[in-house]
Design a protein around this ligand. Sequence first.
Ligand SMILES: Cc1cc2nc3c(=O)[nH]c(=O)nc-3n(C[C@H](O)[C@H](O)[C@H](O)COP(=O)(O)OP(=O)(O)OC[C@H]3O[C@@H](n4cnc5c(N)ncnc54)[C@H](O)[C@@H]3O)c2cc1C
Length: 444
Amino acid sequence: MITSPSRTLHWFRNDLRLDDNPALACALQNEEVVLVVVLDEHFWDQDRWGHIKTGSFRTRFLLESIDDLKNSIAQLGGSLLVKQGRPQKILPSLMQTWSCNTLTAQAEHTPEEIDIQESVESAVCQVGGVCSWIEGQTLFHPEDIPMKLESLPDTFTQFRKKIEKLSVVRDCISAPKTLCCPKDLISDDVPVLGEFLATFGLTSPTLDSRSVLPFKGGASEARLRLKYYFWEAKRLAVYKKTRNGLLGADYSSKFSPWLAHGCISPRRIASEVYRFERKYEANKSTYWFVFELMWRDYFRFIAMKYGVRIFHRKALKPESASREIRSSAFISWKNGQTKDNFVNANMRELARTGYMSNRGRQNVASYLVHDLGIDWRLGASWFEHMLLDYDPASNTGNWIYIAGVGNDPRPNRKFNTQLQANMYDGKGKYQTLWSTDALELDVR
Ligand SMILES: Cc1cc2nc3c(=O)[nH]c(=O)nc-3n(C[C@H](O)[C@H](O)[C@H](O)COP(=O)(O)OP(=O)(O)OC[C@H]3O[C@@H](n4cnc5c(N)ncnc54)[C@H](O)[C@@H]3O)c2cc1C
């Protein structure tokens, strides 16, 4: 008697990689896998502030990442389906077509992503399948956090100290050597960027020569950037001294867009830091790099703990003052046309490249909230639209922290942007670089 092989459908979400991918590793325990990416149209909806959630820079990076994934899968003998629509419709139907009994995917922990997950789960149930949501986003596995989620400390320092003392980072999982997909399964084409963007009323981004990096999506590019930043240029060894920079490719790692799309895992990055420490030296900079990855984790655990609350105006501080929603000042901020040249330079860099340094982000966020008196959620929404590295936990976590409504013991995180400009751009080089461009953005 011929029986059909047992198959799993693996749905790539923000885990667009083969290396150190726990959900994929789980799928590969089965005889055959069907691999799929879904371009969920919901991510190109307009939000309540009128911004299309995923702007053209991040869309480009996403399509490049999918293309790279497809090529890597093909090299291992597999195929990748690329579908467009709602996952709750597409995935159950694929499970039926390809006789899959299980769906595996990376677990997500922010409200919109959880909603999607729940809709998928119930639709998959209806066709008799089961779902496995597997952790893969964080450096420390959520089960290895030495406290219950309800008692997660509300300050990063307390969290970090406990983690450093009591938790270890799990080992990375190697990429598969081969992939066994159904023989009659043929890869889909990745949509053409211009055509895809046009369906949402967006146009292809142009590359500005002032961009800190060309930023190409995909796990292969992530590996190249890591190889360069850690091993060739050895910038990891001086990271703590340079990380507050504003100019050039190398003051910080620029890993964030690849991390946000899951082209590389935080565990893989940390394991390379530890390897660097063994080969050369462990110093303040190598320590600080993992420290920043812990901040990334912390915002994810805060998102898990508080759920939808972090997206509310007063987030974790119900007693805080309300801010306004003033459209003209907000539009000036978006367009880099405020009274503050340092803020303007940073906002122009964001609009032209989809990236802004951490120092820049802190200043423009503080300026919006504390100088212009505008509701932080408008700024966070613009960041969501523009950033290559947008992720809901890091973006919201940082915004509420600076707005003084997050997990920060200090009531006011106002930055003196003039002082900051003097400290970090004393000769005005950064402001000069970004001064020439009076942007006329489509302020949708
Ligand atoms: C208002 C505001 C909004 C932000 N929104 C995002 C966002 O949507 N997505 C995002 O990835 N980061 C966000 N950040 C954090 C930070 O600015 C970026 O992660 C960092 O600038 C990315 O550049 P890099 O990869 O060169 O960082 P590096 O300095 O090289 O740091 C290495 C990695 O550590 C992590 N990291 C560093 N700083 C932070 C931080 N403050 N919070 C969380 N993780 C951190 C990132 O994953 C980063 O790639 C935001 C910060 C602010 C102030």
